[in-house]
Design a protein around this ligand. Sequence first.
Ligand code: NAD
Length: 423
Amino acid sequence: MTDTGSTARLCEEAAANVAQAAAAIDMEPKVRSILARPMNELIINFPVERDSGEYELLQGYRIQHNNVLGPYKGGIRFHPGLDLDEVRALATWMTFKCALLQLPFGGAKGGVAIDPGAFSEAELERVVRRFTHSLGQNIGPEYDIPAPDMGTDARTMGWMKDTYLNSRGPGERQNARRVVTGKPVELGGSLGRDSATGRGAAYALRHLYGELDRTLEGQSAAIQGFGNVGSHAAIAMSELGMKIVAVADVSGVVHDPAGLDIKKLLEHAQDRGGVAGFSPADLLTADEFFALDVDVLVPAALEAQITAANVDSIRARAIVEAANGPITAEASAVLEHGGVHVIPDILANAGGVVVSYYEWVQNKTSDKWSAADVDARLRDAMWEAADRVALTRAARGCSRRQAAYIEAATLLQSVYGLRGIFP
Ligand code: NAD
């Protein structure tokens, strides 16, 4: 996101998601007001030395939206246009995502407003270490647990973990390693965490097709974003027999009606830094990409990609919101009216935080689960949540998005009701 007007709108949309669910379940006003705002908001200005020897002052954020269900949990994003409003919206969605999946976590989000591609590896390491140091006691293994998001990865989490551990006494370090999830496996990460968000999205799609009494075999898909989420969604959807006919990333859009070879496309993107130039494929514009006549569209990049401006061109019959907030509220209403099946982000991309939870549990118990075990648990967790969303949708005659928010809000309301509000 690059302009503050659009990030302010994201924040309003997150607030509207919460308000609608609160109204639907007749939520107590005091709970409604607590959920309407983040609990804590941190802005950190910190200096980092560039390779040239000059210092640059960077701005980072950590927003802790709610922790009634457990420690704050949410990703760290590196993106040049990142601002407070965008992080607020993302943190709010995390609270509802964790509640929907019934995880013992609250919601948070953070990041630094930089283009990671414009920093060398050594510079990035200094950014991560200095930002983590500045976060200080505002993160912790039982308090606030970051994870990767757009522009960050397992390596980022490795640096965060190491920096945090170095601020603890030797006797605390073993316990403290679960301060972040999405770590490299060698540093205590979980098998299956890197592919979890993409695989989870594919499981949610399989559930949708089950609801519709249809099979995914031979269905066509177009995927926007070929980073962590988009690439693993593409692999998982191919494994389910789907034909990925188009992939878009920041370098361009590649399209082959016969189906792209995802393995080869991945090698190409890794070598060349993007999908552009892949052969055999034709090049499309972003507008042509969204207008493709495909069965399934998977936005897995940025927010606000399907808007009032392009929603009328959409021909896909189902959309999996693998990214956070890829469809604006206005466009959502048009799609709902047109009978397009939309799997909302707080369900579709929840696989990442589900396996982050598994990583946290494995660290806490000094255990190691097999990749097959993690994947089976992930599938069950996604299907169980999708079942509840489908039941609520049927009972209330509402959209899948509203049903997902109602499910999450019901749990949050009930926990506040049982705990009461101090003092
Ligand atoms: P990533 O940085 O690994 O990849 C982002 C991808 O988006 C890249 O392929 C990039 O080229 C592409 N992209 C960026 N700008 C684009 C543009 N204007 N047009 C087309 N493509 C563009 O990020 P990620 O971790 O895959 O995250 C993607 C989305 O999924 C984000 O919304 C993120 O919040 C969400 N998400 C991620 C996780 C996770 O586990 N990583 C979990 C839940 C949700």
